[in-house]
Design a protein. Sequence first.
Length: 159
Amino acid sequence: MKNAIRLATKSDMKSVYDLIVELAVFEKEPDAVEVTVDNLEEDGYGKHPKFTCFVAESNDEIVGAALVYKRYSTWKGEVLHLEDLIVKESMRGSGLGTVLLNEVVKHGAKMGVKRISWEVIDWNEPAIAFYEKKGANVMRDWDVVHLNENGIKNYLNNI
């Protein structure tokens, strides 16, 4: 079995999209994905790319992805945000998650960021254990706050 990690290309976005949908199903949100392959292609490979994506291949099939982008922390300065690290269910436990995370950390170090951050669902104990084993601090006393599209509209209608 030949495994490789590389920077994703525009032509990989259909496979990345399929992984995103698989993750949404795993996270019990099968209808939550609104992004399209066209969005991924434009947003990642248009005039002003909004993210960097790494893919994991096994036998020339994309079986994992890590999507990252720069953020700014008022406490730390420039940070790298790992939006998702996805490994196809059939490949979990194969070590691909580790090599994808290794690539993200190397990328962040090369950028000179002060922190790499991401979220993990509180019931995904295998992922939490994986991240903690790698030295990540899973901050269980923080809650993620989202204001979705309808929330934004409602908010603006009430100010």
